[in-house]
Design a protein around this ligand. Structure first.
Ligand SMILES: CC(C)(COP(=O)(O)OP(=O)(O)OC[C@H]1O[C@@H](n2cnc3c(N)ncnc32)[C@H](O)[C@@H]1OP(=O)(O)O)[C@@H](O)C(=O)NCCC(=O)NCCS
Length: 269
C-alpha cells in the first residue's frame, strides 16, 4: 500500500478464540480473501482505512506496552476487540507509510496516542474493528465509529442522544432505529475527532445534527464552547455510510478548514 492512498483490508480466516500473543511482529497472510461484507467508500485521499474481522484474531499480536494497557481481569470480548483494533491500527500505519510502527498507547481520556505526525481513530463493533489514520500535515484529527443498528435500543437512548429536532427526524417516518444509530454513531465519531484536540468531555447534547441524504452527510453545529478553535456555533460535516445493518460514521478535521473562511470545513468527504 502506498503512502497517502486510501485502502481497505477485509479478510476472513482462522478462529475467533481469545488471542494471547504479545510482542511478535504482526504477520497477516497476504490479503487474498477480500470479503465484501463490510466495504466502505474512501473517506478522502489522505486517509488510510483498515477493516478487520475477528476471524483474523489468531494472526494478530500486541506490543507488550499495548498489552499492559489492559490491566486486571479483562473480559475476553474486550481483550479480543482491543487486539483486533490495535492490529487494524498497525496495518493502517503501515499503509500510511510508517515503518515499524511504535505501539499505539492511550491518553488520559482513553484516546489512542499515535506515532509522531500521525492522527487516527479506532472503533470496534460486533466481529469488526476499524482503524483510520492520516498524516497530520493535511489532517488535524479523525474520528470514526461503527454501530450495528440492530443493537441500538432506540426507545431507551433517544432522549439521551437526540435534541428535539433530531428526535423529530428519527421518528418522523420509517427506519427509526437506523436513523437513531446514525445520529449516535455520528456523535461518537465527532467526540473521537475533537476530544484529542480539546481534551474536554462533551455529551450528546453538545452537538445538533441535520441529515443531508444527497451527500450522505450530517451538517452539525456545536452547542457548547470547546475552546477558541471550536467555539459554540462552529459548523461542520460528518459522513455516514450504511452497510448491511451497520452504520459507519467519520468526522475528519482538515488543516484546510482552519485557514478557510468557510466555517463548514470540519469535513468528512
Ligand atoms: C469514547 C467513546 C466515544 C467510545 O465509543 P464506543 O462506541 O463505546 O466504542 P468504540 O469501539 O467505537 O470505540 C472505542 C475506541 O475509541 C477510542 N477512544 C476512547 N476514548 C477516546 C477519546 N476520549 N477520544 C478519542 N478516541 C477515544 C479508543 O481507541 C477506543 O478503543 P480502544 O480502547 O480499544 O483503544 C464512548 O464510550 C463515549 O465515552 N461516549 C461519550 C462521549 C460522546 O460520545 N459524546 C458525544 C459528543 S456529541
Amino acid at each position: 500500500m502506498s503512502k497517502g492512498c486510501t485502502s481497505q483490508i477485509q479478510e476472513k480466516v482462522g478462529s475467533s478464540s481469545r488471542s494471547t500473543r504479545t510482542g511478535a511482529p504482526l504477520k497477516l497472510p497476504s490479503p487474498s480473501w477480500p470479503i465484501p461484507e463490510l466495504r466502505f467508500s474512501p473517506l478522502g485521499a489522505d486517509i488510510t482505512l483498515v477493516v478487520l474481522h475477528q476471524d483474523r484474531l489468531t494472526h494478530c499480536t500486541l506490543h507488550p506496552e499495548e498489552a499492559s494497557l489492559l490491566r486486571g481481569n479483562v473480559a475476553t470480548k474486550r481483550w479480543n476487540d482491543f487486539v483486533l483494533g490495535r492490529a487494524a491500527a498497525r496495518l493502517a500505519l503501515i499503509g500510511a507509510g510508517v515503518r515499524n510502527p511504535s505501539p499505539v498507547l492511550q491518553g488520559s481520556g482513553r484516546e489512542p496516542v499515535w506515532p509522531q505526525k500521525i492522527v487516527g481513530s479506532i472503533t470496534h463493533c460486533g466481529p469488526w474493528a476499524i482503524a483510520a489514520v492520516a498524516n497530520n500535515e493535511s489532517v488535524e484529527a479523525v474520528g470514526i465509529d461503527l454501530e450495528d443498528a440492530q443493537d441500538v435500543p432506540h426507545e431507551e437512548i433517544a432522549g439521551m442522544v437526540c435534541s428535539d429536532s433530531e428526535r423529530e427526524w428519527v421518528f418522523a417516518s420509517g427506519d427509526n432505529q437506523l436513523k437513531l444509530a446514525m445520529i449516535f454513531s455520528a456523535k461518537e465519531a465527532i467526540y473521537k475527532a475533537l476530544y484529542p484536540l480539546c481534551k474536554k468531555f462533551f455529551d450528546f447534547h453538545a452537538v445538533e445534527l441535520t441529515w443531508f441524504p444527497q451527500s450522505n452527510q450530517f451538517r452539525g453545529i456545536l452547542l457548547v464552547d470547546l475552546g477558541s478553535k471550536w467555539p459554540k456555533g462552529y459548523r461542520f460535516k460528518v459522513g455516514c455510510q450504511k452497510r448491511a445493518t451497520f452504520v459507519f460514521a467519520h468526522a475528519i478535521v482538515t488543516k484546510r478548514a482552519l485557514v478557510s473562511e468557510d466555517a463548514q470545513g470540519f469535513s468528512a468527504t
